[in-house]
Design a protein around this ligand. Structure first.
Ligand code: LMR
Length: 409
């Protein structure tokens, strides 16, 4: 009976969100969840999304019928082009199978379920997924729930507050041949630290030599380099190198469609005469997994994304909106760094502007994070991550002052 069910801990991130909501102090600052906020700390509906939404609602043919199991075809094909490039040989050779998913989490889950069922490396020990340490907390439970053993590769250097490239590559090198490796395509969560293109090439070389299987998580395309295609560079490099791989693509952040759960899962086959036939079979199995878990994906967010992705004028407007978001985040990075440096806050703070994407891994420790919350009503995850988008021209000075105070204690 239910008397044997133990109490599970609250989700750290959603727990933080609730605690922030309950805090009545007017000075409170939310740097927890990775969701974009405008300069007034308010959620921001992208102007292009508003426009697409209005067009959609004005359509007299709009209904609430089921989508196909694999989702909206216009959406999945546009998603392939966005992530693999308009003239991708893999797409032209029909060796990509894509299913619309319940955002990035759903895509990861679909991939995990598929691997659990069908991944059969020669060495049974290789049936495990390596994730970066640290990584997005949900990765661990998504794979563990799918009965896929989770292992770690080092990623972050505490000394440089940058990439621990040697640690990362030596672990990937010594992993059993044919292991699955989860890679963040860009704007690594939680660290904001990405490999350089040369480092990606080296990672690909090792993975090829070890016959590892790449699984890319891409939740921040458009937030890292300022260009959608450059943010997909690593994925495309691996595809060019002939890897068979999987991609989880989220539209939560780059369209601001958080609650609509729009995303896509892609399986890319390696180039070979039988690739098309193989990915068709893969797709047939993915369809069964999808049907048994969600039956068919939610329509609304995908319709909005699809309209924007398939219309040149809306697409250009979207790129503009992305620049608005990433530009404001970069301004906040500069502002925070200079305010800490002006105060002479002990430590170095260049990593705040060196890191990219939605997050900064500040280097603050758990006690400091705790003090920030208790004394200053600042909410951030206990690993020292801040969502840069939670800072704005009204609170960045207050936050710098608070950090200064806890670092000096
Ligand atoms: C985050 O890491 O803050 C976001 O990806 C939100 C989430 O779902 O955890």
């Amino acid at each position: 009976g239910a008397d044997t069910v133990p109490q599970a801990p609250e989700d750290p991130l959603f727990g933080l969100m609730a605690a922030f909501k309950n805090d009545q102090d007017p000075k409170k600052v939310d740097l927890g969840i990775g969701a974009y906020r405008d300069d007034n700390a308010k959620p921001w509906v992208l102007p292009v999304v508003k426009q697409a939404d209005e067009r959609l609602r004005a359509d007299p043919e709009l209904n609430h019928e089921y989508l196909p199991i694999a989702g909206l075809a216009d959406f999945t094909s546009a998603s392939q082009k966005l992530i693999l490039g308009k003239s991708s040989p893999a797409v032209q050779e029909k060796r990509v199978i894509s299913l619309q998913s319940v955002s990035g989490t759903g895509a990861l889950h679909l991939g995990a379920g598929f691997l659990a069922k069908f991944y059969n490396p020669q060495n049974a020990e290789a049936k495990a997924i390596y994730v970066s340490s640290p990584t997005w907390a949900n990765h661990n439970q998504i794979f563990a729930n799918s009965k896929l053993p989770v292992k770690n590769y080092p990623y972050f250097s505490k000394q440089t507050k940058g990439l621990d490239f040697d640690g990362m590559t030596s672990t990937i090198q010594s992993a059993p041949e044919g292991s699955v490796v989860l890679l963040h395509a860009c704007a690594h969560n939680p660290t904001g630290v990405d490999p350089t293109q040369d480092q990606w090439k080296k990672i690909a070389e090792i993975m090829k030599q070890k016959k590892h299987f790449p699984f890319f998580d891409c939740a921040y395309q458009g937030f890292a380099s300022g260009s959608l295609s450059r943010d997909a560079w690593a994925i495309n490099y691996f595809v060019e190198q002939g890897f068979e791989l999987m991609i989880a693509q989220s539209y939560a952040k780059n369209f601001g469609l958080y609650g609509e759960r729009a995303g896509c899962f892609h399986f890319v086959g390696a180039p070979s005469p039988s690739a098309q036939e193989e990915v068709t079979r893969v797709g047939s199995q993915l369809a069964i997994l999808q049907r048994s878990e969600i039956s068919n994906p939610p329509a609304y967010g995908a319709r909005i994304a699809s309209m924007i992705l398939n219309d040149d004028q809306l697409f250009a407007q979207w790129e503009e909106d992305l620049r608005t978001m990433s530009g404001r985040i970069i301004e906040m990075r500069k502002s925070l760094q200079s305010k800490l440096e002006q105060r002479g806050t002990p430590g170095t703070w260049n990593h705040i502007t060196d890191q990219i994407g939605m997050f900064s891994f500040t280097g603050l420790n758990e006690q400091q994070v705790q003090k920030l919350r208790e004394k200053f009503h600042v909410y951030m995850t206990k690993n020292g991550r801040i969502s840069m988008a939670g800072l704005n021209t009204n609170n960045v000075d207050y936050f710098a002052q608070a950090v200064d105070s806890v670092v000096r204690e």
